[in-house]
Design a protein around this ligand. Structure first.
Ligand code: ADE
Length: 261
């Protein structure tokens, strides 16, 4: 899977993602992550990419031109990698509008704009996104991005929670981390994603490792028994108890979806 980040702070995202599991996944070729600096498409010698908002108000707004040009650049690179040459694309644009839309829609990579106004990101969205071959993540700054370019290029708006951050970089990193660990091969233990937190809307059961006793606290007896059925039943019980206690909202959802199935 290929991640493409449109940002004013490429170093911030690349430094964060180059380490740990995402870094290893890049080195092993399971995923690629590249950041494109929107400022490189400023089109003026000062590198300005923002301006005052029409109608007045606080802060600055990112201009549509640099964002659009950065997006086109990334799209061209994707097409090049896929072996779709420009001629073929230009050709499909000459056919009727509806065909053009359909063809374009098929070829167009998903563009996710990170914004507190978006749908709140969760595990099921991560699972859907992990099926994409390419994903473009657009990070805003200041008071946001000119609406016209968003209307033109964005396919999904995603938020990572109901709070406002200074930019979309941390949210994009969160999304890339959550999505990339679902890409086959990224985690060594592929099966574990099936049994972890949020599978079936339940939180994960508690985990223990050596030593068997730590400061007087013992590992639950059942886990030492080697009795797989009992261990499974205990873990399920723990998952349910935790979900009811810590996330009653999730428990309601788990009950509802179980009935709906
Ligand atoms: N940009 C600023 N705040 C954000 C949030 N909570 N989620 C996604 N993008 C953001």
């Amino acid at each position: 899977m290929h991640f493409h980040i449109l940002t004013l702070f490429p170093d911030m995202v690349m430094e964060g993602l180059n380490t740990s599991i995402t870094g290893r996944a890049m080195k092993n070729g399971h995923i690629s992550i590249e950041a494109t600096n929107i400022r490189d498409f400023a089109g003026n010698k000062h590198g300005h990419v923002d301006d005052y908002p029409y109608g007045g108000g606080a802060g600055m707004v990112m201009q549509p031109g640099p964002v659009y040009d950065a997006y086109q650049h990334v799209k061209e690179q994707i097409n090049k990698r896929k072996g779709i040459d420009k001629k073929e694309e230009a050709c499909s644009k000459n056919i009727e509008q509806f065909v053009e839309n359909k063809t374009d829609e098929k070829k167009r990579p998903r563009v996710v704009y990170m914004t507190p106004q978006g749908k709140v990101f969760n595990q099921s969205i991560a699972e859907k996104l992990s099926k994409e071959e390419d994903l473009i993540l657009l990070c805003g700054h200041y008071e946001g991005i000119d609406e016209r370019v968003l209307e033109m290029i964005v396919t999904d708006n995603l938020s990572i929670g109901d709070y406002v951050l200074t930019g979309g970089e941390l949210p994009a990193m969160v999304v890339i981390d959550a999505v990339s660990r679902l890409v086959p091969g990224v985690l060594n233990n592929d099966v574990s994603a099936e049994f972890e937190t949020f599978h079936d809307n339940l939180l994960e059961y508690p985990q223990y490792t050596r030593p068997e006793e730590f400061m007087g606290k013992k590992v639950p007896e059942v886990l030492l028994s080697g009795h797989h059925k009992n261990i499974e039943a205990w873990r399920k019980e723990q998952s349910i108890a935790r979900t009811k206690e810590y996330r009653p909202d999730l428990w309601e959802k788990a009950l509802k979806e179980d009935v709906d199935e």
